[in-house]
Structure formats: structure tokens, C-alpha cells
Ligand binder design. Structure first.
Ligand SMILES: Cc1ncc(COP(=O)(O)O)c(C=O)c1O
Length: 441
């Protein structure tokens, strides 16, 4: 390991201590634990790209509103399970202002992060029809959602979008949907980990096929508006956040406060269920949960059982942030643009040192710079790349854990400080210097 800033022996010893059989296959949280241990022992600060922590201060409008709510005594009062009225109304307004879709506040329900939202949505959707027992993930995707499926004991299918962009998506989706066993389609847009963004035509394909096969579309908008190629930050004015909701009324949107408002610690997100789906009666849901409508099952059966709602004070925080965005007093995208700007510099450093971008394009457009990007290194699998980079003080996760069939890693820019860019460059140079000349990898 030429010019590696780390003692290989110590790294290997820590891998052993955590009983990680193959570093490349470790989960995000395992990599976090490993790097913490190595940093502690060696004193070498890593360029940490493994976890999607926001990395910016929380939006003050939120923290101030939350403090005020606590001072006013909300801590002693159970919130309504389907959310406090002002939050539901501001969410519906936000959806109108920034997606240009009209939704009923009734279907806007807070959850303990989008994580809880997808958990209950999977549970409900997986029981809507006895004949439809499988969810379909358009991958690559957020690994924890697959873990949720495992925890719930639910089945899923998946395919990697890499070779199926544009019109090809139609045939590929239909191949799965025509089997008749799919109850829902799940994806994130912008996509974690690849940062691809679906085109309008691709969303139309998804929406129209969802109508044809009566499938629920779960659109995870954790990175709402963060396709910085288009500025969607003006409320009520185009362009808007693209959404499948323009093409089907069988959808659930997940809007998380974690990334757009840097509010991850307070664990609050909104699930926005279309009115048609919210009110729809499914006889099989009645059998399973003694509650026939989708909306009542999610709120009064599932959310009630799991956490009896979302923390009261954080609901006031989110209300205030959404209200400020709706009233054009707070440009939430201006704050997070920093991620795109950092990504631009970091991608350049990787490209100059023998790396290539894996998911490069949205059809005829180069992908946006944002929260994540994906890179590969010639002749190395993603797993090997994760492991080899650790010896050079750089941490990331392998793409194959995300449902991708491509070899490479996901790099998350949020936690990397600008002050680390020179160090990143030096480490990448040392890495490339070693591996481009060393054939005995
Ligand atoms: C695609 C995607 N969905 C959901 C989440 C989790 O959101 P929350 O913090 O609201 O639970 C993340 C977080 O990284 C994500 O990347």
C-alpha cells in the first residue's frame, strides 16, 4: 500500500474485531462502526462518504418552532395519529406549490421519518390483495427498505434500471407487472444511490402501467427538489418537482424532513396518500387488519400500533418549515445546494485519478450533481474498491448492496468537509499511483 496513510495491520485487526467477513458486503452502519474504531486507534481522520447524514445545521425555523411548542406544553399531549391539522394543511399546500398536485390534507400523514412511512406502507400494500404478494423495487435503491421487507416477512422483486432507461422501462416493468403478483412499485427520485432522475416520460410510463395493472406507486422524495439542474424553489411557479402523481392517482409520496430541512435527528417525514387510495376499500385488508380502507389501516391500525403517531413538537417544527417555504420566506433548496457544489469538485477529483462515474446520464442529459454519486475503478469489483479505499482513509459503500448490478461504490458528499478536499485528492493520487502500476492486486 504505497503512501497509504493507514497502518494495514490496524485496519485488518479492526475488521476482525467487528467480525465483518467481507468489508465490501458490510452494511452502512457496520462501515460506520469500523471507521469509528480505525479513526480512534490511528488518529487518522477519514474522508467519510458511507452514510447519508445531512451535514448541514438544522433549519432554525424548525428548531425555534419546536422550542416554542415544547414551552407551550405539547410534550404532555398525545398528538393525533394522522397529524396535527396545521401540518396536514401546510403539507397539502407544499405539494400544490412545489409539485403542482392537489391533495386532500386528510391523506397527509406524519411518520417517524420516511423510514416509518415506508414500513407501514409496505405492510398495508402487501396485504391489499391476497393474489398480489410481491413489491417491485426499481433499483438501485436505499438498502434499508429491503431490510424492512425482510423484517415484515414480505416478498419483493427488483431490477436494476441501468439498462432500462427511457422507453425500455415500459417493457421491463410490464414483464414484472404482467405476472399479476405485484402490489406496488417503489423507487426514489432523485435516486439514492445513483442520483439518476427519472424523465417526465419515464414517470408517465410508471404511472400509466400502475393504472393498467392496479398497482400502488411509492415515490420516495427524500431528496425533494435536489436535482439542481432545474430550480423548483419558487412556490406556485414552474418548473415543479417531477412526480408520478401527474400520471396516476394510485400513489404515496414520501417527503422527508431529514435532507431538505437537515432535520434528520427529529425523525419526521410526511406520507402523502392520494385521496383515491386513502379512501379505497380493500376486502383483504379487512381480513388482515379489521380495517378496510387503506388510509384507516395505515393510521388507525398500523401507525397506532407502532408509535401512536409522530412526536408532537417535531410536527410543529415541520409545520413552521413548510409554511415558511409555502410563503416564499424560506428557500430550502438554496441551503442544500452546497451538496451539488461539493459533488462537482469531488467527482472531478475521482475522474482525474482513474475513476469513472457509473450512473452517468439521464438519457440525453448528464446526471445532476447532488447528495450522492457513483464511481468505479477499472479491474476492481465494488467490494474490492470499498476495502482498498479504506486503507487510503476513504470510506464508502459498495453498489451491489443497493440492488445495482454494476461494479462500483456510492459516494455520499454530505459529511465530507471542503477542508478535506486536498486530503481527498492526495489520497486518491496515492491510491491510483499504487493500483494503476500494481497488477497483483
Ligand atoms: C431514499 C431514501 N429514503 C428514505 C430515507 C430516510 O428518510 P428519513 O430520515 O425521513 O427516515 C433516506 C435516508 O437516507 C433515503 O436516502
Amino acid at each position: 500500500m504505497l503512501n497509504s496513510p493507514l497502518n494495514k495491520k490496524i485496519v485488518n485487526q479492526k475488521i476482525k474485531q467487528l467480525r465483518i467477513p467481507e468489508v465490501g458486503k458490510a452494511s452502512i452502519r457496520e462501515i460506520v462502526a469500523l471507521i469509528n474504531l480505525i479513526e480512534e486507534e490511528t488518529g487518522v481522520k477519514f474522508v467519510r462518504m458511507e452514510m447519508g447524514v445531512p451535514g448541514l445545521p438544522p433549519t432554525e425555523i424548525g428548531t425555534q418552532a419546536e422550542i416554542e411548542a415544547l414551552t407551550n406544553g405539547v410534550a404532555s399531549i398525545y398528538p393525533m395519529i394522522d397529524g396535527i391539522r396545521p401540518l396536514k394543511e401546510e403539507t397539502a399546500l407544499f405539494v400544490k406549490n412545489f409539485i403542482n398536485i392537489s391533495v386532500n390534507p386528510k391523506g397527509c400523514v406524519p411518520t417517524v421519518g420516511s423510514m416509518q412511512g415506508t414500513f407501514v406502507a409496505f405492510m398495508a400494500a402487501g396485504n391489499t390483495n391476497e393474489k398480489k404478494d410481491t413489491a417491485l423495487f426499481i433499483d438501485p435503491g436505499f438498502p434499508v427498505q429491503k431490510q424492512q421487507m425482510h423484517v415484515l416477512g414480505l416478498k419483493y422483486d427488483t431490477f436494476d434500471i441501468f439498462h432500462f432507461r427511457g422507453e425500455k422501462l415500459h417493457e421491463k416493468l410490464e414483464e414484472f407487472l404482467a405476472k399479476g403478483n405485484i402490489h406496488s412499485i417503489i423507487y426514489s427520485n432523485p435516486n439514492n444511490p445513483s442520483w439518476i432522475c427519472f424523465t417526465e416520460n419515464e414517470l408517465k410510463i410508471i404511472g400509466e402501467l400502475a393504472n393498467k395493472y392496479d398497482v400502488i406507486v411509492m415515490e420516495d422524495l427524500a431528496y425533494f427538489g435536489m436535482d439542481f439542474r432545474r430550480d423548483i424553489s419558487n412556490p406556485g411557479k414552474p418548473p415543479f418537482q417531477p412526480s408520478v402523481a401527474n400520471y396516476t392517482d394510485n400513489y404515496i409520496l414520501f417527503i422527508s424532513s431529514s435532507k431538505i430541512f437537515s432535520y434528520a435527528g427529529q425523525r419526521i417525514g410526511m406520507m402523502v396518500v392520494s385521496e383515491k387510495l386513502f379512501d379505497r376499500d380493500y376486502p383483504d385488508l379487512q381480513k388482515r387488519f379489521q380495517s378496510s380502507s387503506f388510509g384507516n389501516t395505515v393510521t388507525l391500525r398500523l401507525l397506532y400500533s407502532i408509535s401512536s403517531g409522530t412526536s408532537h413538537s417535531s410536527q410543529w417544527a415541520l409545520t413552521a418549515m413548510l409554511k415558511a417555504a409555502n410563503e416564499n420566506r424560506f428557500n430550502f433548496l438554496k441551503e442544500v445546494k452546497e451538496y451539488g457544489e461539493k459533488a462537482k469538485v469531488m467527482k472531478k477529483l475521482f475522474l482525474e485519478n482513474g475513476f469513472d462515474i457509473v450512473y452517468k446520464r439521464d438519457l440525453d442529459e448528464t446526471i445532476a450533481d447532488g447528495f450522492y454519486f457513483t464511481v468505479s475503478y477499472k479491474g476492481m469489483t465494488g467490494n474490492e474498491l470499498v476495502k482498498n479505499l479504506i486503507y487510503y482513509g476513504i470510506s464508502a459503500i459498495a453498489l451491489n448492496g443497493t440492488g445495482s448490478l454494476e461494479e462500483g461504490i456510492r459516494a455520499c458528499v454530505s459529511f465530507v468537509q471542503r477542508s478535506q478536499f486536498t486530503e481527498l485528492e492526495n489520497r486518491l493520487k496515492a491510491f491510483h499511483g499504487h493500483f494503476s502500476t500494481n497488477i497483483n492486486r
